[in-house]
Design a protein around this ligand. Structure first.
Ligand SMILES: [Zn+2]
Length: 193
């Protein structure tokens, strides 16, 4: 597992110059944010990872997280970091200030990143695992975790469906950055996928 983490970490370092992994409990304003968000997202500090620029704010010291879990978290955050690099201020504005009603651009960015979680679920346990993960994501998308970024269970399920289908039929991992992430996860050359 450690080797897998090393490969994913290297991929992230190659794409995000100056990548830093930080325990968010050690950052005063992250602790403040965790306190402020507590009524709505009680697990912000203890479970959620936050990424801003080249810094990944983890819920614990990297050494205390399981290598597999850290590898999948870094892969998810890499999608955000690449989007942040590409779209700059547009990313932050649309991510941070989406209205907490109905539909938000935040859901668009998170769907791109959670595609990684679905792809890795496929790796771990095939279609059944993808469906279980998709059900969990429906709750995440329509619930308070990200301030109701796509409200309505049915609607969230519909919104996620195209990505779920792309994972199930294998088309997702023909596209970047998913292809490179999967190759690093497996430890193979991307050309061999
Ligand atoms: Zn995310």
């Amino acid at each position: 597992m450690r080797k897998r983490l090393d490969r994913i970490h290297l991929l992230c370092q190659q794409n995000v110059p100056g990548l830093r992994l930080v325990n968010k409990q050690h950052v005063w304003w992250m602790r403040w944010l965790g306190w402020a968000l507590k009524p709505v997202v009680p697990e912000f500090s203890s479970r959620f990872t936050t990424v801003i620029g080249n810094t990944v704010y983890l819920p614990d010291d990297p050494e205390n997280l399981s290598p597999n879990m850290l590898a999948s978290t870094l892969a998810h955050e890499l999608v955000h970091q690449l989007d942040q690099q590409r779209y700059g201020v547009v990313f932050y504005l649309t991510y941070g200030f989406g209205l907490p009603t109905g539909r938000t651009m935040r859901a668009y960015w998170e769907r791109r990143a959670y595609a990684v979680d679905l792809m890795l679920a496929m790796e771990a346990g095939g279609p059944d695992s993808v469906r279980r993960t998709a059900n969990r994501l429906v709750e995440i998308f329509c619930g308070p975790s990200y301030f109701w970024m796509w409200s309505g269970r049915m609607s969230a399920s519909e919104y996620l469906r195209p990505v779920v289908e792309d994972v199930l039929d294998g088309t997702l991992n023909t596209r970047e950055p998913y292809r490179s992430i999967l190759a690093a996860w497996r430890g193979v050359d991307p050309e061999l996928l």
